[in-house]
Write a protein that binds this ligand. Structure first.
Ligand SMILES: Nc1ncnc2c1ncn2[C@@H]1O[C@H](COP(=O)(O)OP(=O)(O)OP(=O)(O)O)[C@@H](O)[C@H]1O
Ligand SMILES: [Mg+2]
Length: 614
């Protein structure tokens, strides 16, 4: 390459760096080092195509970061394990109270998921007063316990006991709750209505407290009981858990659920055992030997009592003891099914690849007749194909709902010079007294943002990141959930297993590292299906910080960095869309075709569609 060409190439490198938000001076220095590294003979290779990524990686490294990235969730994971262990060590009866005969009663929440926006809550009593040996399920009418045809159908396989009084699932008021008024009163299902339900519908009402199914949940339950392999794609908060938890309670035996994080497992185990009364347990590599031994002993019984067993992937892949247990369950006809939750972790092209997930293909290889369900909210077409192949379920029934969340309004706002002031103003103008999350890229950023909002803008906020002590994090979660504080400034550590229905806004103070991450994080808004806003505050400079974070996270693996960069570039493109529909861009990323008119004419058009429609 001649000198002229090198100059030309240098200009291209510099414009690449500027485009990614790096400053010119640092870019020039880094480029000089790169050129000298290749020496005179190797200068032909100094092209953006050959070493653009290496250049960006070196530039990111040279930035002498003071930022404290929050990509190490190990601390939170260890604590989740501790919390889980504690739960199983003490007999938790906090959710129960005694009836007149001294029997423990458990109350569960019934949420009406009718299409009307306002959700109503009522309370239903789970009666566990009869003996525990041979559990039965009965519907009582008035005072007399009448075993109905429906109850017999359910009693064949359910482990939970429930009482539905007055011929209806209705307001058996939880004494711990406020009394109900006419307005927020109970949802009543008449005795006849209950009788008309099929087994799945009845279990959905009685065990899970939902009056209806969401799209595809019923099909997913049916497929599972019919022993079909399934691939379930539903948006964030769409209700994927029910698709395997409900059939697990109906089917004989144990359903083994693979989940990537202990914190997610912790959430599920608590909900299943304490809210729904479904016996569920877990196994993972951080348990003590005696804790694990107790679970294994239970699994070795002829008829284990637990319905769901949660495991992290490393528990399965290459673990011969556990595979033996699975074989033993299988021989006894007690292996009801496998579930791979957050299945995008299987694929290297997904946004959250976990190497151990890749080995889960061994499940179908060893237990070909045991149905496997894979579930995710974020999979592009190629990721989906990759997952089906890796899990060896090429003929799985694909159940897919739209990724669209029509109640979410997507918006990008260019940052001004005083971006924190701008954020404060935005919160005051648009989200006063509303619950929301402000996502930040690093630990120091979330502390800084929270302090600024508190001190300078007089907006009450709290911050959350993985570096805080467990006690503090629990306290932050409590304050936010109870509405004591409306706004959390957090890193991505805040989010796993969060299921707060009334989050009205998610603001990204710094863009996410990929479209998949953005979809997941922004998807925590509006889980109650009411309108909510997802705003990304953007400036080019922030992208260079994302590059620095990716560089620090991917170590020296060139390929990983390259993939991560490609994903981050797409997020950047999303932020830089001038006129195109953001909803369409998000959905098309996941391979879903979408007509822009639906965004324009919908009740929550994205900012670009809103601009062009007025
Ligand atoms: N049929 C239903 N009726 C009413 N509420 C439901 C129904 N199904 C699920 N839900 C509720 O919706 C919320 C989200 O469900 P779930 O956690 O299963 O979502 P998800 O699809 O797994 O989301 P994520 O992708 O974030 O993991 C939960 O609070 C759940 O109780
Ligand atoms: Mg889920």
């Amino acid at each position: 390459m001649g000198g002229h060409d090198l100059q030309f190439e240098k200009a291209r490198f510099l414009s690449l760096a500027l485009e990614c938000g790096f400053d010119e001076q640092s870019a020039e220095k880094c480029l000089d080092r790169l050129i000298s590294l290749y020496g005179d003979d190797g200068q032909d290779f100094v092209t953006v195509e050959c070493c653009g990524d290496d250049f960006l990686a070196a530039l990111a490294e040279s930035m002498q970061d003071t930022e404290d990235w929050d990509d190490d969730l190990q601390v939170i994971e260890s604590e989740a394990c501790g919390a889980l262990s504690n739960m199983f060590e003490k007999d938790d009866t906090s959710n129960c109270e005694a009836d007149n005969n001294g029997n423990a009663r458990r109350y569960i929440n019934v949420i009406d998921h009718s299409p009307e926006p306002k959700k109503q809550q009522s309370w239903m009593e789970l009666d566990s007063s009869s003996d525990g040996e041979d559990p039965d399920f009965c519907i009582t009418k008035g005072k007399d316990s009448v075993s109905t045809t429906t109850s017999k159908r359910l009693s064949r396989s359910m482990d939970c006991k429930s009482t539905v009084t007055q011929g209806s699932v209705s307001s058996i008021c939880n004494k711990k709750q406020r009394p109900m008024t006419q307005k927020d009163g109970p949802q009543i299902l008449s005795y006849e209505e209950l009788q008309a339900l099929d087994d799945f519908e009845l279990a959905n009402v009685v065990i899970f407290g939902n009056l209806t199914f969401r799209p595809l949940q019923h099909q997913a339950c049916k497929a599972s009981v019919a022993k079909k392999d399934c691939f379930i794609l539903m948006p964030t908060g769409g209700g994927k858990s029910l698709c395997y938890q409900l059939p697990a309670t109906l089917k004989p035996g144990v359903t083994v659920v693979v989940s990537p994080l202990l914190s997610l497992i912790q959430d599920q185990i608590i909900t299943l055992n304490l809210k729904f009364g479904i016996p569920a347990t877990f196994l993972n590599s951080q348990q003590t030997a005696s804790q694990a031994a107790a679970v294994l002993q239970e699994l070795r019984k002829d008829k284990p009592s637990c319905k769901l067993l949660y495991v992290t992937p490393e528990r399965i892949v290459g673990n011969s003891t556990f595979l033996e247990i699975l074989k033993c369950l299988h021989r006894k006809d007690q292996l009801a099914g496998f579930v791979v939750d957050e299945a995008h972790c299987v694929s290297q092209w997904g946004h959250d690849f976990r190497p151990d997930y890749r080995g889960l293909g061994c499940l179908k290889q060893k237990f070909s007749d045991v149905p496997l369900a894979a579930l995710t909210a974020t999979a592009t077409h190629s990721v989906r194909e990759d997952i089906l192949k890796a899990l060896r379920i090429p003929n799985a029934l694909i159940l897919e709902t739209s990724f669209d969340r029509p109640n979410l309004k997507y918006e990008v706002i260019g940052k001004t010079k005083e971006s924190l002031k701008q954020l404060g103003q935005l919160l005051k103008d648009q989200f006063k007294n509303q619950s929301g999350i402000v996502y930040c890229l690093s630990k120091n950023e979330c502390v800084e943002v929270s302090n600024f909002l508190n001190d300078k803008c007089k907006i009450k906020t709290v911050y959350y990141h993985a570096g805080m002590a467990a006690r503090q994090r629990v306290e932050v979660q409590r304050k936010w959930h109870t509405g004591e504080v409306h706004i959390v400034c957090a890193t991505i550590a805040f989010g796993m297993g969060i299921d707060k229905p009334d989050v009205r806004f998610v603001i990204h103070n710094t863009l996410s590292k990929s479209i998949e991450s953005y979809y997941q994080e922004s998807g925590r808004a509006g889980r109650d299906n009411l309108p909510a806003v997802c705003i990304a505050l953007y400036q080019k400079k922030d992208f260079s910080r994302v590059v620095c974070m990716l560089r620090s996270g991917q170590g020296c693996k060139r390929e990983n960095f390259k993939t991560a960069m490609a994903q981050a570039q797409k997020m950047k493109q999303y932020c830089e869309l001038k006129t195109e529909c953001r909803r369409k861009a998000l959905l098309e990323h996941f391979g879903e075709s979408f007509d822009r008119k639906d965004c324009k004419n919908g009740s929550n058009p994205c900012d670009n569609c809103f601009k062009t429609s007025v």
